[in-house]
Design a protein around this ligand. Structure first.
Ligand code: AMP
Ligand code: FE
Ligand code: FE
Ligand code: ZN
Length: 291
C-alpha cells in the first residue's frame, strides 16, 4: 500500500486549538474529534504550527491519522482571506518569517482594539491576557472572551455581532500578506493551499473570480466548499470553478471548542480529496497510526 492510502475517514481538515483561538488544548481537540467519529484530522491553528506535536501524539494513541496544517491570514483589499496550508515544511524560512510577522502585528493590533473599546467599556489589556494561553495567536476571539468575563456580552457571537464588528468603530486591521503571496508561501514550503470558507456572506464575500483564477495559476490547490459559513449560491459557483480547473474541494467543521457552535465532523472531506492533498504535498508527511 502506498502512503497515500494509509488513512481512514471520516476526515475533518480544519480545527483550532488554544494555540490560536480555539478554547481547548490540541490533545483535547483530537479527543473531541475522535468522539465525534473523525478518524483523520488536520489541526489548523491561525498562523502557527506549535500544536502539531501534541495533536500527533494523541492521534497516534487513538489510531487516527494526523495531517499537519495551518490557517494562514491573508488580505485582499478590505477582505480578510484565510488560506489553509497542509503538509508544508514547518521550518521553511520564508513562511516562518511571514507567520512571525503576522502574529507579532496581531498583538499590537489587539492592544489597539482594546484601547478603543476601553474608551467606552471597562476593559483592559490584562483582561485579554487572562484569556490567552502563552503566546497563542491573539485575535478578536480572545477580546470577545475578555468581554464575556467582564459581563459585557454573553458569548463570542454577541461580541462579534456587536462591539467587535467593524461598523462599531473599535476595529483595527492587522498586517497580512495578499492571497497570492500566501498561496506561494505555502506551495513554496511544499504544502497544499486551500482557500478556507471562500464565500461567507457580508463584507468578506468572495474574491472576484478573475483574481481567484490568478491564485489557481499561482498554485492554489482548491477550496473549502462544505463549511457552515459559505452561502449556498457561493458553493455552487465554487463547485463549477473547481470542476473547470480540476481542483481539490474539502469540507470541514472549523471547530473552535466552546468558541463557536461548530462541531467536529459537521462537514467532512472525501477520502479521494485527502489522497490528492497527500499526493500533492512534499513539505512533510501525515502521521499515520502505528507509524
Ligand atoms: P481576527 O482574525 O482577530 O480578526 O478574528 C477572526 C476570528 O474570529 C476568526 O478566525 C474566527 O475564528 C473568529 N470568529 C469570527 N466570527 C466569530 C463569531 N461570530 N463567533 C466566534 N468566533 C468568531
Ligand atoms: Fe478562528
Ligand atoms: Fe477562518
Ligand atoms: Zn478556522
Amino acid at each position: 500500500m502506498t502512503d497515500v492510502q494509509m488513512f481512514a475517514g471520516p476526515n475533518d481538515l480544519h480545527l483550532h486549538s488554544n494555540h490560536s483561538d480555539g478554547t481547548e488544548s490540541p490533545a483535547e481537540v483530537v479527543r473531541q474529534a475522535h468522539a465525534h467519529g473523525i478518524r483523520t484530522l488536520a489541526l489548523t491553528d491561525h498562523d502557527r504550527t506549535t500544536g502539531w506535536d501534541e495533536a500527533a501524539e494523541v492521534t497516534a494513541s487513538l489510531g487516527m491519522t494526523f495531517i499537519p496544517g495551518m490557517e494562514l491570514s491573508a488580505k485582499h483589499q478590505w477582505r480578510s482571506v484565510h488560506v489553509l496550508g497542509y503538509l508544508f515544511d514547518p521550518e521553511n524560512t520564508a513562511l516562518r518569517a511571514e507567520t512571525d510577522r503576522i502574529r507579532d502585528d496581531r498583538v499590537g493590533r489587539a492592544e489597539r482594539i482594546v484601547r478603543n473599546i476601553g474608551r467606552d467599556y471597562e476593559l483592559s489589556w490584562s483582561d485579554v491576557l487572562a484569556q490567552t494561553t502563552a503566546d497563542a495567536t491573539v485575535g478578536r476571539p480572545h477580546i470577545a472572551d475578555a468581554l464575556v468575563a467582564r459581563g459585557i456580552v454573553r458569548d463570542r457571537s454577541e461580541a462579534f455581532d456587536g462591539i467587535l464588528h467593524p461598523r462599531e468603530g473599535y476595529y483595527e486591521p492587522h498586517y497580512a500578506p495578499d492571497p497570492l503571496t500566501a498561496v506561494r508561501l505555502i506551495t513554496g514550503a511544499g504544502g497544499v493551499a486551500i482557500i478556507a470558507h471562500p464565500v461567507t456572506s457580508g463584507r468578506d464575500r468572495m474574491m472576484p473570480v478573475a483574481f481567484i483564477e490568478q491564485l489557481i495559476a499561482a498554485g492554489l490547490g482548491g477550496f473549502e466548499i462544505e463549511h457552515r459559513e459559505n452561502t449556498e449560491a457561493g458553493k455552487r459557483t465554487l463547485r463549477t470553478l473547481a470542476a473547470k480547473h480540476d481542483l481539490i474541494v474539502t469540507g470541514s467543521s472549523d471547530y473552535h471548542g466552546a468558541g463557536k457552535p461548530n462541531l467536529p465532523g459537521e462537514n467532512t472531506t472525501a477520502d479521494e480529496m485527502v489522497s490528492r492533498i497527500i499526493a500533492q504535498a512534499s513539505g512533510t508527511r501525515p502521521r499515520y497510526p502505528g507509524a
